[in-house]
Design a protein around this ligand. Sequence first.
Ligand code: FAD
Length: 426
Amino acid sequence: MALDRYGQFKPVGPTESLREKSAQLARMCPFSPHARNEDAIAAERFSEAPERDGRLGHYETAYVGAVREAGFRGSGSSGGMVTWVAAELLRLGLVDGVAHVAPSAGSGFFRYTISRTAEALHEGAKSRYYPVELSGVLDKIRRVPGRYAVVGVPCFIKAIHLQRETDPVLAERISYTLGLFCGHMKSARLVESFAWQMDTAVEAVERPEFRIKGPERPANWYTAHLTLRSGDTRQKDWFYLADGDWGAGFFQNSACNWCDDVLAETADIAFGDAWVEPYSSDWRGTNVVVIRDRLLRDVVGRAIADERLDLRTVDADYIANTQAAGLRQRREGLGYRLTWRRGGLRPRKRVEPSTDLPIDRKFIYRLRYGISAWSHRMFSLARHLAQPKLYLSWARMSLGLYQGLAYGRGRAGALARRLRLTDRND
Ligand SMILES: Cc1cc2nc3c(=O)[nH]c(=O)nc-3n(C[C@H](O)[C@H](O)[C@H](O)COP(=O)(O)OP(=O)(O)OC[C@H]3O[C@@H](n4cnc5c(N)ncnc54)[C@H](O)[C@@H]3O)c2cc1C
């Protein structure tokens, strides 16, 4: 895997070798129409789970809340539950190492690494909206005997299960999968764009952070923070960035257009942010958690009883409501995208193609698709010409259009209302 000119990972190698491997790749790639889908994988793994929901998949129980034990919530992006569960698996001796994403000193800002202590896990806490790849860490797991947990976004967790089907060593050694709910993955250019918008160059950046917490801002008010090699720091709220509206889809990986798994349905346990009030406004960050593995259900249940975790049971509708926008994009939006002409691409999804949706939703899905595709090209051109303004002006215009349609905001919103494309008035 190597980063392409748009800052996204792609498989590389001599064409013959890729062609030779293509049958194997077709079974392993999480987006391949020839690979087993999430329903098939989850039915096999969690057939005994008492609950089943079309949006959450199979599950034992679901919670909203955060870690009460000191040191986790403050350093996590949300309620600190991912790092806590990973640390608890190590503490109980259920695994010897946890593969997760941490800051990297080499090329790229972040990479998969294996942590074997709670301290090392803490180093890697926080969400990284940055491309990473799994092959290096899977090789390490093959080389070094032990039991491992792997943290990943839904397509990575699915890829691991597909690999485990033909790789007995990985099947034996990967004991737990910890999934992150996922809206979409970004390219490496997001950080470069942030740097441009904070009057610096990406080469000057030592460490980017995508979300920082503070009592002065609600949890859903993301703030990007850059630590420069000089020791200086820069920060800006996403709200003021030309590409800082997550829903508009800037720098989205094109594969995400064809994904129908928001809640990591094949993971033993999955975590997201509680994007509903009162939690969206609570600056400390709050998780939603879906547990599919029975032993993990008991581990978490015991910790709640011991007051180490502050979690409350919730139902499927509650969880789905926290991810309403992501589920719309991956269900209604995906159904609509499946009706488009896509050249040779023939995704096989769990969603039926459908054009049965309001006109404003169609416009929003078209615009979002266009913004993600063109953000890569416009940024690449601006970078090549060393003209950041070229990209930033295009991004601001696109954002204005998107927010006009999606929220009825600004002049584009007034026009959309006049054309009866929306009745929203933000
Ligand atoms: C690309 C992406 C998109 C997301 N989209 C959504 C969404 O739409 N809705 C939602 O509710 N939540 C989403 N999340 C998850 C959310 O950002 C939090 O990661 C989650 O709520 C866990 O928070 P926490 O405080 O429990 O985790 P923390 O205690 O902060 O730990 C986070 C753990 O995740 C690992 N990690 C971070 N980034 C990555 C990565 N890229 N790949 C693999 N492991 C990683 C870290 O190494 C760490 O172990 C997304 C995360 C990512 C990476």
